[in-house]
Design a protein around this ligand. Structure first.
Ligand SMILES: [Zn+2]
Length: 321
């Protein structure tokens, strides 16, 4: 790489309680990273002046000029103005505000904001397993279920930037109610809390002792996977059921879109093949053989720092026009 022409980006990944910030190069190397705790009582200006100071400090410490800043956040984000439309309830200061204007004026470089699911897919496309594909779908399994669609090597954002809410594909119209107002969405079966709740419920059915054990709901999906690995039948059932629901959602998308790959990201995807293998196995139940032929199912390539890398990748992708 000709260093004089190398591009560097800042990535800012807003979660419910913190912002992760980093400086990234074109290879996806995270040169520097930091974490900023966010108090929900903080104002928009307080949050962004702190984020801005960290970006400034990091780019100065690395002595690299930034080409653009990318921001990822949960919820619906207006594509053109970077305005938060809905779904960032944990960050009340952002409601109806643009996520790009403060940093654009403070740093005088392009700033792009996008939904965190779209950022995750942009990250895979630029730096992860998505580099091999031009057409894929991605779901991110965490506190909620996010998603994104990649068509012709670009994240498909739709007419207003609202596309890709794959967590809210309805899989069962009689299923559990969802925060979106629908029933039986993928999120109700495959989010981290859904996996843990399903396990707790199964254990409670099996034994009176477990019915009184509030600790069960404090487990993490990782612990449910570990229990399955050590022969816990209820945990294994949960994983099979979760994988089948994910396969159901992917199958619909395979039929609809003629894709090359289905990618599973987010914290739960750290389970790797333990989750991916059953999804792969159930997929033929839900897709036509011809569109399904050759379709790969992968865990995301980016795990730690996927949020920062994705936010930066999204800015790079949009800088290219
Ligand atoms: Zn929903």
């Amino acid at each position: 790489m000709d260093e004089s022409k190398a591009l560097y980006f800042a990535g800012v990944d807003f979660g419910g309680t913190a912002a992760k910030i980093g400086v990234v190069d074109e290879r996806g190397t995270l040169l520097r990273r930091s974490r900023l705790e966010i108090d929900p009582a903080q104002s928009y200006e307080e949050i962004f002046s702190a984020v801005s100071a960290q970006i400034q400090q990091m780019s100065e410490a690395e002595a690299v000029p930034l080409a653009a800043i990318g921001i990822g956040a949960p919820g619906f984000i207006d594509r053109r103005e970077g305005r938060v439309l809905q779904g960032s309830e944990n960050l009340p200061a952002f409601k109806e505000r643009s996520l790009v204007t403060y940093l654009a004026s403070a740093h005088d470089i392009p700033v792009f904001a996008d939904n965190d699911g779209n950022c995750a897919a942009a990250g895979e496309l630029k730096f992860g397993v998505g580099q091999e594909y031009s057409h894929f779908v991605m779901i991110t399994l965490g506190a909620g279920v996010g998603g994104a669609i990649v068509i012709d090597g670009r994240v498909h954002r739709g007419s207003r930037g609202l596309a890709g809410e794959l967590g809210h594909i309805c899989l069962d119209p009689n299923g559990p109610w969802c925060s979106c107002g629908s029933r039986g969405c993928l999120e109700q079966y495959a989010s981290a809390p859904a996996i843990v709740a399903c396990y707790a419920q199964k254990r409670a059915k099996r034994s009176e002792a477990f019915r009184r054990d509030p600790q069960l709901l404090k487990l993490t999906p990782k612990e449910v996977f570990q229990r399955a690995g050590s022969g816990d039948v209820a945990a294994e059932e949960v994983i099979q059921e979760t994988a089948r629901r994910i396969a159901q959602a992917f199958g619909t998308l395979v039929n609809l879109m003629d894709i090359q790959a289905c990618i599973i990201g987010g914290g739960v995807s750290a389970a790797g093949e333990e989750l991916v293998e059953p999804v792969r196995r159930y997929l033929p139940d839900f897709a036509w053989p011809l569109p399904l032929s050759g379709v790969q199912v992968h865990a995301a390539g980016l795990q730690n720092d996927a949020g920062i890398l994705g936010a930066a990748a999204q800015a790079w992708e949009r800088l290219e026009g």
